[in-house]
Design a protein around this ligand. Structure first.
Ligand code: CA
Length: 231
């Protein structure tokens, strides 16, 4: 029921090799991520510029626009999402160029899918500012790797949708998150973007965790906070 990794994140895979693209995408989806794909540089660049991704896996050798240019353009546009570049094994100069262009990490081809998954996990931990897999908010503890939530040490049963929603709010503790942002980060492009669905999930979550933890900020969205006066 739970995602293996529990991260409520949206990823982009830009890789022109169709088989490889499918393998990476499948592995990431099986790990519980929401994944979009692009098969050339221009498409990838466009998606990265217009959709809110938590991390991107970017091949260097791409048709229409090479990976280094894609990355340079994103960074020039002040887009800061973590990017892992895929490089050919013997092209050490690609790694250097990629890191100089603003890549956060690289994986050399051929690679084991487990390595890509581990690097994605590590990047996401770093980018959300948490060095461990466990995050505590008041008496609630969320383990993003095991996809477990406990309150006062008691395990809380959540569906994967509920877990992803909670994990996103926990990662953005004390910030007001709009329903639109939640839909964009939690579900893929095909999801029914009716924000009422989010309200239903929030309602269910409130019955399972301390109900005052998720605050409704009228007209704006939700805020997960232990601070009683803030919103
Ligand atoms: Ca390629």
């Amino acid at each position: 029921m739970f995602n293996e990794l529990g991260e409520s994140v949206r990823l982009l895979v830009v890789e022109d090799d169709k088989d490889l693209n499918r393998q990476i995408t499948t592995a990431l989806e099986e790990a519980g991520y929401v994944v979009d794909t692009a098969h050339d540089g221009e498409d990838g660049h466009f998606l990265g510029e217009t959709e809110p991704y938590d991390a991107v896996i970017l091949d260097i050798g791409l048709p229409t626009m090479d990976g280094i240019s894609v990355l340079e353009n994103w960074r020039r546009a002040n887009l800061k999402m973590p990017v892992i570049i895929l490089t050919a094994r013997d092209r050490w100069s690609d790694k250097v160029a990629g890191m100089d262009a603003g890549a956060d990490d690289y994986v050399s081809k051929p690679f084991h899918m487990e390595e890509v998954l581990a690097r994605v996990r590590a990047l996401l931990r770093r980018s959300t500012g948490h060095a461990t897999n466990e995050i505590e908010v008041g008496n609630l503890r969320l383990d993003t790797k095991a996809a477990k939530v406990t309150v006062d040490g008691t395990l809380i049963k959540l569906t994967s949708h509920e877990f992803r929603l909670l994990a996103y709010l926990v990662h953005h503790k004390d910030k007001v998150i709009s329903r639109t942002e939640l839909v964009e980060h939690l579900y893929d492009q095909d999801f029914d973007r009716d924000s009422n669905t989010i309200e239903v999930f929030v309602g269910r979550l409130r019955k399972k965790i301390p109900s005052d933890l998720i605050k409704t900020v009228r007209g704006l969205g939700y805020c997960l906070s232990t601070n009683e006066n803030e919103v």
